[in-house]
Write a protein that binds this ligand. Structure first.
Ligand SMILES: [Ca+2]
Ligand SMILES: [Ca+2]
Ligand SMILES: [Ca+2]
Length: 405
């Protein structure tokens, strides 16, 4: 028999009593701490465990932040933020004061793209080339190639193909929507015609910008998307909630040419939500496949808003097209040196019904070719981009120190 001292039984008794107390009065926690430490421009998801009739998140000086049960704290202001959560309930009201200390990030943020989440271009004469498809590539590896092109300062152009093609990217932090200021800039390859630059037309291929806030905080672009309403959002010829389907080339199609440069007129057929149909033609300048080779589907649908056509055949015989820029709010729509016309304000965001939406910041940005248009020998109108920057992150000293000083 093993000797057990008396205190062993005393301890056992206390343990049993404690555990029975705990089962009768379980410790319930609000789930919101008293103090948090986070880096600036990072989200803090606050989810109280208690329920009530209403919720009120506010600053300690009384400014209302939200009346939702869950709240995402986000700030670019370093320092101490004193906050209050009130759970309003007749039986179990709750008042909780807490502090979020916002610090500077440990590793300096990059102002440039850090990740490409999706690359889903429409067919086009630069598809499978910008970036280049190689046997074995998948949608994921093509997204990685797109990332290698447009992230950081790599500044290599990718093409989104014809109408509806898109890319989705993000940064190593949340891009803050600073009130009254534009928030990010995107570089394309638009240019004005040299002879008449004042007309602001030439090769302008407007891409629509969409933004999304990672409201479920899972790091994935599976949250609601909002269009940035540019200058042509309310144009009577803009189609909203539009969809267009591309069909892989039919091996039994009739192959015939049109003029000296189009050698396969019925190459890639499209059908749209307005019961229209048409083709992406193949031209003599680009001989690779125009349908994304990494897609297994024999057709795929792209949707969004569709902007009015912007091309004019100034020659009258199909030899000289001018693609007119829109006023503001689109990618690949004005030359890159016009910084302001290539910059975007998150406050332009609207929902699917066109109602303004306030977003504190965005985690995901999507650029989508906005026009369904074909211009003879120059081909389909396709948005291109090579880089993007968060305008609120300091890009560091631009002027090197003077060696004579
Ligand atoms: Ca803003
Ligand atoms: Ca998400
Ligand atoms: Ca372009």
């Amino acid at each position: 028999m093993i000797y057990r001292p008396t205190y062993y039984y005393t301890l056992l008794l206390i343990t049993l009593l404690m555990s029975s107390c705990q089962s009768e009065l379980p410790m319930v926690s609000l789930g919101i701490d008293e103090t948090y430490h986070i880096a600036r421009m990072q989200k803090l998801l606050l989810q109280p465990a208690f329920t009530g009739h209403q919720y009120r998140w506010s600053t300690a000086d009384g400014r209302l932040l939200s009346t939702d049960r869950d709240y995402i704290f986000l700030s670019d202001k370093e320092g101490r933020h004193n906050l209050v959560l009130d759970i309003i309930d007749d039986e179990t009201p709750y008042h909780h004061e807490f502090t979020v200390n916002v610090m500077h990030e440990e590793i300096e943020y990059s102002p440039y793209i850090s990740h490409v989440y999706e690359y889903r271009p429409a067919p086009g004469q630069f598809i499978n080339e910008m970036p280049k498809y190689e046997p074995g590539d998948t949608e994921a590896s093509m997204a990685q190639k797109a990332e290698d092109c447009i992230s950081g300062k790599n500044d290599i152009m990718i093409s989104l193909g014809a109408y509806g093609g898109y890319v989705t990217f993000g940064f190593d932090h949340t891009v803050i929507n600073v009130p009254g200021e534009k928030d990010f800039r995107i570089w394309g390859n638009a240019f004005y015609e040299l002879l008449n630059p004042e007309k602001k037309g030439g090769s302008c291929e407007p891409g629509i910008v969409w933004v999304s806030y990672d409201t479920n905080c899972n790091g994935l672009p599976d949250d609601p998307w909002y269009e940035l309403a540019g200058s042509h959002y309310y144009n009577m010829h803009t189609k909203h909630n539009y969809a267009l389907t591309y069909h892989a080339p039919d091996p039994d199609r009739k192959i015939y040419s049109q003029g000296p440069f189009i050698n396969d007129v019925e190459y890639i057929r499209w059908t749209d939500s307005n019961d229209s149909t048409g083709y992406i033609h193949r031209n003599t300048f680009h001989s690779q496949d125009y349908y994304p080779k990494w897609l297994d589907e024999q057709s795929y649908t792209l949707s969004g808003s569709c902007l009015p056509r912007n091309a004019y055949d100034t020659s009258g015989n199909g030899t000289y097209y001018i693609l007119q820029s829109f006023d503001w709010g689109y990618v690949d729509n004005h030359p890159n040196d016009l910084a302001d016309l290539n910059s975007f304000d998150i406050s332009w965001a609207v929902d699917n019904d066109g109602n303004k939406v306030h977003l504190p910041g965005v985690d995901f940005i999507r650029v989508q070719t906005g026009i369904n248009q074909y211009c003879g020998w120059i081909g389909e109108t396709s948005t291109e981009l090579s880089k993007a920057a968060d305008l609120h992150i300091n890009t560091g000293p631009i002027i090197p120190p003077d060696p004579l000083e």
